[in-house]
Design a protein around this ligand. Structure first.
Ligand SMILES: *[C@@H]1O[C@H](CO)[C@@H](O)[C@H](O)[C@H]1NC(C)=O
Ligand SMILES: *[C@@H]1O[C@H](CO)[C@@H](O)[C@H](O)[C@H]1NC(C)=O
Ligand SMILES: *[C@@H]1O[C@H](CO)[C@@H](O)[C@H](O)[C@H]1NC(C)=O
Ligand SMILES: *[C@@H]1O[C@H](CO)[C@@H](O)[C@H](O)[C@H]1NC(C)=O
Ligand SMILES: *[C@@H]1O[C@H](CO)[C@@H](O)[C@H](O)[C@H]1NC(C)=O
Ligand SMILES: *[C@@H]1O[C@H](CO)[C@@H](O)[C@H](O)[C@H]1NC(C)=O
Ligand SMILES: *[C@@H]1O[C@H](CO)[C@@H](O)[C@H](O)[C@H]1NC(C)=O
Ligand SMILES: *[C@@H]1O[C@H](CO)[C@@H](O)[C@H](O)[C@H]1NC(C)=O
Ligand SMILES: *[C@@H]1O[C@H](CO)[C@@H](O)[C@H](O)[C@H]1NC(C)=O
Ligand SMILES: *[C@@H]1O[C@H](CO)[C@@H](O)[C@H](O)[C@H]1NC(C)=O
Ligand SMILES: *[C@@H]1O[C@H](CO)[C@@H](O)[C@H](O)[C@H]1NC(C)=O
Length: 433
């Protein structure tokens, strides 16, 4: 088929010449109760609508999607219909988007072709991350309450056989400047649900995450969000049912606000891991985490930094020896239930030998940390402890404040492990370390 035919058959295009219903309200008004670190840019009203067609039989709909996006780029809205199923079997580079809305009402699923995706997904050097697609550009809103389904089961089973396969991340926000993502449902991601890299001024609002393995092979590394090389990001009003970090701030995440989340089954809200790559400088600063309910998790507030010596976490995760700083991190107002560690701060990530960790202290400093107002109960997995704050040397940790912690273990204890840290700033019972 000629390209021109393809374009006209792929979309039905309406040029209305007037503002279409969409995302014209100010993004700033949508953020609350805490304000974003910096004001978010205004989204311009859209003036035309494109409807995406689908084969509806599992055939790849990528060409339909691309032509609708091309037609409605620069001021339009692209609609994925509520009564349609869309299939994506091609890695889509969507970094050309500008002043466009994607209203996803129906369901988009990614094919099960693990060989194709491993060869063609977008490769990002950081932690071998790959994505099904990359969405970027300027002033892009994705909403509608529809579903993106990563068809993760085949990947969970394949990963159990070979830990080095490259499992795609469901939603890649790469190089997006200005945008609102959500409400949306994200299901069965092969790996992390969302990577936010090289981006700024993006609001995630109303993301609903869930996806469990139906075989004996767990859905692993299913982080809700990983932010990387990004600034002024807001994540709020979302429900996350997963099995790894609820939100994770990876290298060079600054000015990040996270509020009103309900996390279940996760590894908590984590800074890091950082300092993984020798000689590289990782910065995470100005992070505010507010009003979180955390259930059935390994951690609530977590900071994980690799030591100054090479260490191995697992077959596919090694590191240590990096440089940088974690500073001005605040966790405020948190409820926990069945969580192993209420607080876990470590500069010995991946290194079980603490003597060795202390011998090669981390070159990545931790300072200006404020954790306050947490209540609830732990799981008892770390009894009698409920928290742990372990620095690799007192010289590389400073101003770590912890107060208003009303957390107990099921046996009624509230002990903390405190090592190489100024205990006078910790309003907790440091009993060992
Ligand atoms: C992928 O596999 C699952 C399970 O076998 C199946 O339900 C689903 O329809 C498949 N999806 C595609 C797009 O092939
Ligand atoms: C981000 O930008 C850098 C520098 O331009 C580039 O090397 C990298 O591939 C981009 N993407 C990610 C995911 O970091
Ligand atoms: C990336 O993958 C390679 C092999 O595919 C593996 O050796 C390496 O450990 C992985 N790196 C990370 C940081 O996971
Ligand atoms: C805290 O978050 C929950 C949703 O998890 C929300 O219902 C509640 O209103 C929020 N509280 C405040 C003070 O915003
Ligand atoms: C919460 O997580 C547990 C696993 O930790 C899971 O069994 C349960 O189904 C999850 N709840 C929901 C509502 O998904
Ligand atoms: C992070 O920021 C530091 C300081 O600006 C810079 O040296 C480093 O290269 C950045 N790292 C990445 C992965 O962009
Ligand atoms: C530190 O973070 C807080 C929010 O928790 C913010 O109000 C403040 O401006 C930040 N400090 C600096 C120096 O940026
Ligand atoms: C926590 O997990 C248990 C079982 O694993 C489940 O019954 C419970 O609903 C979970 N809590 C939430 C809030 O989902
Ligand atoms: C831990 O490291 C120390 C210092 O390098 C070393 O002497 C010791 O043998 C190590 N212990 C184990 C169990 O590997
Ligand atoms: C990093 O720390 C290690 C051990 O603590 C030290 O030997 C090394 O010189 C440091 N590297 C840099 C670049 O500062
Ligand atoms: C420390 O434990 C004692 C009981 O052993 C208790 O009275 C006190 O309130 C605890 N302090 C904190 C900060 O939890």
């Amino acid at each position: 088929m000629k390209l021109s035919h393809l374009l006209t058959s792929a979309v039905s295009l309406l040029s209305l010449g007037l503002e279409v219903e969409g995302f014209s309200r100010s993004r700033n008004d949508a953020v609350g109760p805490k304000r974003p670190f910096k004001p978010l840019p205004h989204s311009h009203p859209r003036k035309k609508v494109c409807h995406v067609r689908s084969h509806g039989d599992g055939t790849d709909d990528s060409d339909f999607i691309l032509s609708a996006l091309n037609h409605c780029n620069h001021g339009g809205k692209v609609v994925f219909a509520a009564d349609k199923e869309y299939t994506v079997g091609t890695a889509l580079d969507l970094t050309f988007l500008k002043h466009i809305d994607l209203e996803i009402l129906g369901r988009i699923q990614f094919t099960n072709d693990t060989d194709y995706w491993q060869a063609n997904s977008f490769k990002h050097t950081f932690q071998n991350a790959t994505t099904f697609f990359q969405l970027g550009g300027e002033d892009v809103n994705v909403y509608g309450g529809g579903t993106l389904d990563g068809n993760g089961q085949i990947w969970y089973d394949l990963f159990a056989e070979d830990a080095l396969i490259l499992r795609p991340i469901l939603f890649g926000v790469i190089g997006l400047h200005g945008g609102t993502i959500g409400p949306l449902k994200l299901r069965y991601s092969p790996q992390w649900y969302q990577l936010v890299a090289n981006s700024s001024d993006v609001l995630f609002d109303g993301i609903d995450i869930s996806g469990y393995s139906s075989s004996e092979n767990e859905a692993k590394n299913t982080d809700g969000w990983d932010t990387y090389r990004s600034k002024n990001i807001v994540i709020q009003n979302s429900v996350i049912n997963n099995g790894d970090d609820c939100v994770s701030f990876k290298p060079n995440s600054t000015d990040i606000l996270v509020q009103n989340l309900y996390c279940n089954g996760s590894h908590g809200i984590s800074v890091g891991s950082l300092g993984q790559y020798p000689g590289e400088v990782d910065i995470v600063k100005n992070v505010l985490v507010y009003n979180i309910s955390m259930y059935n998790a390994s951690d609530m507030a977590r900071i994980k930094v690799w030591p100054g010596v090479a260490s191995a976490m697992s077959e596919d995760l090694q590191g240590g020896g990096g440089l940088g700083a974690v500073s001005n991190i605040t966790y405020e107002d948190m409820y926990i239930e069945n969580v192993d560690w209420a607080i876990e701060i470590t500069q010995c990530y991946g290194q079980k030998n603490l003597t060795l960790c202390n011998q090669y202290p981390s070159n990545l400093t931790i300072s200006d940390i404020h954790i306050s107002n947490m209540y609830g109960t732990t799981s008892g997995a770390r009894d009698p402890n409920v928290g742990t704050i372990v620095c690799s040397s007192p010289d590389v940790c400073s101003d770590i404040y912890v107060d208003d912690i009303d957390v107990v273990s099921p046996i009624g204890t509230n002990d903390f492990v405190c090592t190489n840290v100024d205990e006078s700033l910790l309003q907790v019972n440091c009993t060992s370390g």
